[in-house]
Ligand binder design. Structure first.
Ligand SMILES: C[S@@+](CC[C@H](N)C(=O)[O-])C[C@H]1O[C@@H](n2cnc3c(N)ncnc32)[C@H](O)[C@@H]1O
Length: 249
């Protein structure tokens, strides 16, 4: 379903309408785990963080070309290591003191890569938060793959709820939709003001991020050139950046 993987991108990034296909065949974690193992491939050195291995979609996987209607779950964002998440993970890997001894929340954690890197860098506590429960299971599988205890995985929709008391909040490629971006803006502001959280955003220049008009709140920390294969899978995006977010005064 290569075209479908790409159309996921289009649906989310161009229209923001996520298509939900209900699970028809897999009812338990064991079955879902087996399904994930059979339909993903371990990828090591094709991202900005070759230090970690992840189970992802690749052209060798059945659903790269399979008819999308046969896919039994909601859209598999967790099967892609997005450019924004890659940039945050690279930045943490190069600056491990940012997470060492800290409590870290990865919002929209997908495959769990940034949460895994935070663990690797010595975070005291890591929560991987994604509203898709399959993402949580994949995060556990990917943690095992890297010989790490999995982070706490939560499926709660935290955005726009009470500010959460974490030292560090990570958002990799979460600014894909205008309304989500604006909600995040308000919520992040409250998290920083209530708990003094440090907020890092990884983004490759998505329209909803650029269009938010909150650049006065951002400080560029790093910019990375994406590996060739990531550029090809992401419609020619070339760079991905890490920003720190400052609250409104
Ligand atoms: C583009 S993916 C990014 C995944 C990961 N951060 C990365 O960079 O590889 C966005 C993820 O956000 C999740 N998501 C969307 N809305 C969310 C919300 N309100 N709370 C938590 N996760 C959410 C989706 O399920 C998806 O896994």
């Amino acid at each position: 379903m290569h075209r479908s993987v790409l159309s996921v991108f289009f649906r989310v990034y161009k229209t923001s309408k996520g298509r939900i296909i209900s699970a028809r065949t897999c009812h338990t974690d064991i079955h879902v785990r087996r399904f994930i193992l059979e339909n993903t491939e371990v990828v090591g050195d094709l991202s900005l963080t070759p230090e970690i291995r992840l189970r992802l979609f690749t052209p060798k996987c059945r659903f790269w070309t399979e008819r999308p209607e046969l896919w039994p779950f909601s859209d598999p964002f967790w099967a892609i290591y997005w450019p924004g998440g890659q940039a945050i993970s690279r930045y943490l890997m190069d600056n491990p003191e940012i997470c060492r001894g800290k409590s870290v929340l990865d919002v929209g954690s997908g495959c769990g890569a940034s949460a895994i890197v935070a663990k690797k860098c010595g975070a005291k506590h890591v929560t991987a938060n994604d509203i898709d429960s399959i993402a949580g299971l994949v995060t556990v599988i990917n943690s095992e793959l890297n010989n790490l205890e999995p982070p706490v995985c939560s499926t709660e929709n935290m955005i726009n709820s009470e500010p959460v008391p974490f030292d560090l909040i990570l958002l990799g490629d979460m600014f894909y939709d205008e309304s989500l971006a604006s909600t995040l803006h308000t919520w992040l502001d409250r998290c920083i003001k209530s708990h003094g959280a440090t907020v890092l955003i990884g983004d490759p220049g998505r329209a909803a991020f650029e269009g938010q008009n909150f650049h006065q709140h951002l400080r560029l920390l790093a910019q990375y050139k994406l590996p060739q294969s990531v550029r090809e899978e992401n419609y020619g995006l070339v760079y991905s950046s890490v920003w720190s977010y400052r609250p409104t005064l």
